[in-house]
Write a protein that binds this ligand. Structure first.
Ligand code: 13P
Length: 250
């Protein structure tokens, strides 16, 4: 089964700069790698068009970082699933901890978005993970189990194959403090066991992943790839991580 290496650009890159970055990434990817790895690039909404153009025909999939669950309506500032589909988006990151923390997204919001994504043929990458306070209080397992189950509540079993889950400990995001391997493996296995039918769903690691530590995560039994933040903003660095993903699955 393919590895998945997804770059979450967060609020970085204008359309012009993002198009250039996507062009640079494309130039560095070896077609042979893409036989073993699914590559997703998730720029800000405003760069989706330019990045989509730069990646057209490359085999690299376009992702969005969020969306609303309604198809249209009076939701100022929001983006609807059909708007993403029209731009050639195939993946959407949902429930990222930055959405939960800074924009008040609840488990129930994430659940609605997951259902909407599946209705529109978009593949959700659902992000779950505990905060540092939750970790220190011994609540990691309860947190990721709750987030995973809530996001998937009511999703029919035969639709789970369109989903990926990213385990991103909040304290590891953008801090350089990546999660210990054994702990990451334990929590990712727990996520797979949290809901029936999840056994074959890809679980990705995210949180200060970089070319030096990524191969070790990929070697974990429970890990099928990565959701990469900072390291996805440099074409060479990201391409190296895609290569590691391909090698892990070769
Ligand atoms: P960093 O790789 O920058 O730690 O970010 C991880 C992340 O949040 C990806 O969604």
């Amino acid at each position: 089964m393919h590895a998945i290496v997804a770059g979450n650009w967060k609020m970085h890159e204008t359309a012009r700069d993002g198009g250039q970055l996507a062009h640079d990434i494309r130039a560095l990817l070896d077609d042979a790698w893409l036989r073993n790895v699914t590559v997703v690039v998730a720029p800000p909404f405003t760069a989706l068009g330019a990045v989509g153009n730069a990646l057209a025909g490359s085999g690299v999939a376009l992702g969005a970082q969020n969306m609303h669950w309604e198809d249209a309506g009076a939701f100022t500032g929001e983006i609807a699933p059909p708007m993403l589909v029209e731009l050639g988006v195939h993946y959407v990151i949902l429930g990222h901890s930055e959405r939960r923390r800074y924009f008040g997204e609840s488990d129930d919001d994430v659940r609605r978005k997951v259902h909407a994504a599946l209705e529109h043929g978009l593949r959700p990458i659902i992000a779950v993970g505990e905060t540092e306070a939750q970790r220190d209080a011994g609540e990691t397992d309860a947190c990721v189990t709750r987030q995973t189950r809530a996001a998937l509540d009511g999703v029919e079993r035969d639709r789970l194959e369109s989903i990926a889950i990213a385990y991103e400990p909040v304290w590891a995001i953008g801090t350089g403090r990546n999660c210990e391997l054994q702990e990451a493996d334990r929590v990712m296995s727990l996520i797979k066991g949290s809901t029936s039918g999840l056994e074959d769903v890809p679980v990705l690691y995210g949180g200060s992943a970089n070319p030096s530590n990524f191969a070790a995560y990929l070697a974990l039994q429970s890990c099928r790839g990565g959701l990469i933040g900072g390291a996805s903003l440099d074409a060479q660095t990201f391409a190296t991580m895609v290569r590691l993903g391909a090698e892990a699955r070769a």
